[in-house]
Ligand binder design. Structure first.
Ligand SMILES: Nc1nc2c(c(=O)[nH]1)N[C@H]1C(S)=C(S)[C@@H](COP(=O)(O)OP(=O)(O)OC[C@H]3O[C@@H](n4cnc5c(=O)[nH]c(N)nc54)[C@H](O)[C@@H]3O)O[C@H]1N2
Ligand SMILES: Nc1nc2c(c(=O)[nH]1)N[C@H]1C(S)=C(S)[C@@H](COP(=O)(O)OP(=O)(O)OC[C@H]3O[C@@H](n4cnc5c(=O)[nH]c(N)nc54)[C@H](O)[C@@H]3O)O[C@H]1N2
Ligand SMILES: [Mo]
Length: 718
């Protein structure tokens, strides 16, 4: 081998090797975790990916998923051209068409539904991807439809609304100044690996950590001074029980309570119903564990709490559980105080960066009104507090056509496996829709039901604007051109806006025209951003967020106070039965009739995060799939022994709604009676087991992490 060949094999960049390093970001996971990546490009192909050392967010680190970015981008099932369906919906038979043909068909069909029914009969839906959302949201409204909805119907928004109706806004943990961290369902090693460092530093300073989880996790093992392994879905009761311990022992910050909060007497009357023995029986924790956790949190302050985007609010009592936890932070005087939880509003796409953008105005200035959004009648609190339709009511509205029919869906990255009772949703879409467009990188189970499928490109094939903590903004540039005939989602939307001649200069102007408006006044121009390979510090950014604003200027609630008793909830028609106090009820309250309880004795928790997977998008990525090749359910070792199950056996998991097969992994890390399984597998879609009406009445969120199930052996391991 010559020296040059050796250098090429070692992937060393330089003019002689023809290898260039270009920078982009990995958008496989949440917008809050998009790491900077160095892509080594040779002859137009990415041959290696590394974390960018100089990137202010990840500083060279990359997680399991990011390390497979190249494998993800070059997956064999990438959609190559626009496609028109030629077989039955769901069959997956398509013929290639040109972009011009695709746009012409889409324009004609969407306008036909608009004319025959109404613009609201077209629903615009986005899966997990966030980068194009402001443009897509505006597109829906400019078209004339009130119906823009996303995966926020199951992710994070429940927490956002709960924060809003309690404190007027959310507040993140001020880990740098805290003495105690209450890690409530915190598993940073799996779901947010870059957050662990902050907790480790707190420990190095002598701070204390409490972890509350249903399973033993790396966070529990490596970080916890106190680990409470709680019965799933009972966190609301624990938070109320801790509040009682705190009040009864005189550890509450009564000056704070008197000066800054509303509804304390009603709240106290509620928590008085949760004495230690009762809370111990509900949560499966000992009274001592509960007492010690309450004491440490209340007396070793300042103390902060993490607010998880999904684990708690994926129970049908989760909205209130989250509120009950936020209330602890006001009870102990930790809300809006240094070392406690400090408000830090998002700048762009959920990410706080210490400066304001005009994202919300861009999304909603053209809201057409004139009709109720999907889910408005069923989830009035959601509808009053969140600027999207609640997609968990889409299936019902399509079926019942009440209050009006939904006849077309225009989707970017729609994954029906995100929804409970997936097949029912797909069947109803097949039967009821006049027209369905889906845009994705890959030919998915959902895309197979579309009339037109459009090929989107990945983050390394497009440019996108992104805000980062620390006061940064970036505008990445493509490191390779879009593969095949794929295009960026925003280019698709803007080209379609031109073909449809939508009445909006920004949409017709393209991505830069939209971004220029959104970021006007930040002190950096798009051109400056484009020229920099790394995120640029925004001059007007104030970072870190300073506490005290709510305490000084009032909370953004109708009373101007932190509300133990939520006036926003009190305004909702009493017929919905929503309690202004964060009261506790059973997370299986709709499944506790004796027959169901006997037939389905196990507690199913779906989708608790693992490092190798993220929703449906990584299960078919070969490198990641190879880390756990079979859809697997985790069964407690004692349960497995009792049921005669061994690791590797194939079992049937069933609920009153459906059944799937999975391979058993035995574990001592979960409690007896609890079964864990990841979501998003096509051949073993656990959401077939979640009832479509098993929903939190406050948020509309499905009880993904709390459902009754049964387990039965199908096949022994060979
Ligand atoms: N049982 C259970 N269900 C759950 C959860 C759970 O914990 N348990 N979690 C819920 C939560 S929190 C969330 S966030 C949702 C996840 O929501 P989903 O929408 O199910 O997420 P994904 O499957 O990752 O992504 C949807 C689609 O987007 C496509 N895609 C990826 N990148 C792009 C792009 O740039 N453009 C376009 N047009 N498409 C792209 C992917 O290929 C995929 O087909 O699932 C929810 N569902
Ligand atoms: N690797 C990876 N990272 C991800 C994702 C992914 O799919 N994979 N998804 C991203 C998305 S969309 C989201 S929304 C976030 C979610 O991130 P998180 O909100 O952190 O959600 P999880 O990691 O599912 O849950 C955190 C912990 O809660 C525990 N838990 C489950 N049920 C209960 C309960 O009833 N009570 C208590 N106390 N604990 C419980 C789980 O065992 C888990 O260890 O993660 C993001 N990060
Ligand atoms: Mo999520």
């Amino acid at each position: 081998m010559t020296e040059l060949e050796k250098k090429i094999k070692a992937k060393i960049p330089g003019p002689d090797t023809g290898i260039e390093v270009r920078r982009s970001l990995c958008a496989i996971c949440s917008p809050g975790h998009h790491c900077g990546v160095d892509c080594y490009v040779k002859d137009g192909e990415i041959i290696r990916v590394e974390g960018t050392r100089e990137h202010p967010y990840n500083r060279g680190k990359l997680c399991t998923k990011g390390s497979s970015l190249r494998n993800y981008v070059y997956r064999k099932d990438r959609i190559q051209t626009p496609l028109r369906r030629v077989g039955e919906r769901g069959e997956g038979k398509f013929e290639p068409i040109t972009w011009d043909e695709a746009y012409a068909i889409i324009a004609e069909k969407l306008n036909a539904v608009k004319e025959q029914y109404s613009p609201h009969s077209v629903a615009f839906f986005s899966g997990y991807c966030k980068w194009y959302r402001p443009v897509f949201h505006r597109f829906a409204h400019v078209f004339g439809s009130v119906n823009f909805g996303t995966d926020d119907s199951t992710c994070s928004a429940s927490k956002v609304i709960a924060d809003k109706v309690t404190a007027g806004c959310g507040a993140g943990p001020d880990m740098g100044h805290a003495n105690t961290f209450l890690g409530w369902n915190y598993e940073g090693y799996y779901s947010a690996h870059l957050s662990v460092e902050g907790v480790r530093k707190l420990k190095e300073r002598g701070g204390k950590v409490i972890i509350i989880d249903i399973r033993q996790t790396p966070a529990a093992k490596n970080l916890a001074d106190l680990f409470l392994q709680i019965n799933p879905g009972t966190d609301g009761a624990l938070a109320l029980g801790m509040a009682k311990v705190i009040i009864d022992n005189g550890w509450a910050d009564m000056d704070y309570v008197n000066q800054y909060t509303y509804g304390f007497e009603e709240y106290k009357a509620l928590v008085d119903q949760y004495p230690l023995d009762k809370v111990s029986a509900i949560t499966g924790l000992t009274p001592e564990e509960i007492y010690e956790a309450a004491k440490l949190y209340a007396t070793n302050g300042p103390a902060c709490t993490n607010y998880s985007a999904s684990a708690l609010v994926h129970h049908i009592n989760g909205f209130n559980a989250h509120r009950a936890i936020v209330c602890l932070s006001a009870l102990t005087g930790n809300f809006d105080r240094a070392g406690g939880n400090v408000p830090n509003p998002p700048t762009y796409l959920h990410k706080p960066a210490g400066f304001k953008s005009r994202e919300n105005e861009f999304r909603s200035d053209r809201y057409p009104g004139g009709q109720k959004r999907i889910g408005a009648d069923r989830f009035p609190l959601w509808d009053a507090q969140f600027d999207e339709f609640q997609a968990m009511d889409l299936l019902r509205q399509m079926e019942e056509e009440d209050p009006y029919p939904i006849k077309a869906i225009f989707a970017l990255g729609m994954n029906a496996k995100m929804f409970p009772q997936t097949q029912r949703l797909l069947d109803v879409m097949k039967e009821k829709l006049d027209f369905f467009v889906d845009t994705d990188l890959f030919m998915t189970m959902t895309a197979k039901y579309a009339d037109i499928v459009l090929p989107a490109c990945s983050s390394v094939e497009r440019g996108e604007v992104k805000a980062y903590q620390g006061g940064y903004l970036t505008y990445t540039q493509p490191v390779i051109p879009p593969l095949y005939q794929s295009k960026s989602d925003v280019d698709i939307l803007c080209e379609l806006a031109r073909v449809m001649d939508l009445d909006d200069e920004y949409l017709k102007g393209g991505y830069d025209a939209c971004m220029e408006w959104i970021f006007d006044g930040c002190g950096v121009t798009l051109d400056e951003l484009k020229k920099s390979e790394l995120p640029v510090k925004v001059p007007v950014a104030k970072w870190p967020a300073q506490p005290g604003n709510c305490l000084k200027n009032g909370f953004k609630t109708s009373t101007g106070k932190f509300e133990f008793y939520s006036t926003a909830i009190a305004k909702i028609d009493p017929m919905y039965g929503l309690d202004p106090l964060p009261s506790y009820y059973d997370s299986l309250s709709d499944q506790n009739d004796p027959e169901t309880a006997e037939q389905y004795p196990f507690y199913l928790c779906t989708g608790a995060r693992l490092p190798h997977a993220i929703h449906s998008r990584t299960h078919e990525t070969p490198w990641l799939r190879s880390l756990c090749p079979k859809p697997t359910c985790e069964v407690n070792t004692d349960d497995a022994r009792r049921l005669g199950l061994s690791a590797g056996d194939v079992v049937e998991l069933s609920s009153p709604y459906g059944a799937i097969q999975a391979t058993v992994k035995t574990t001592h890390k979960t409690k007896p009676g609890v079964i864990l399984m990841l979501h998003g597998y096509t051949e073993a879609n656990v959401n077939e087991l979640i009832g479509r009406n098993h929903l939190d009445p406050y948020s509309g969120y499905p009880g993904f992490k709390g459902m009754r199930c049964q387990i039965r052996k199908c096949q022994e391991v060979k």
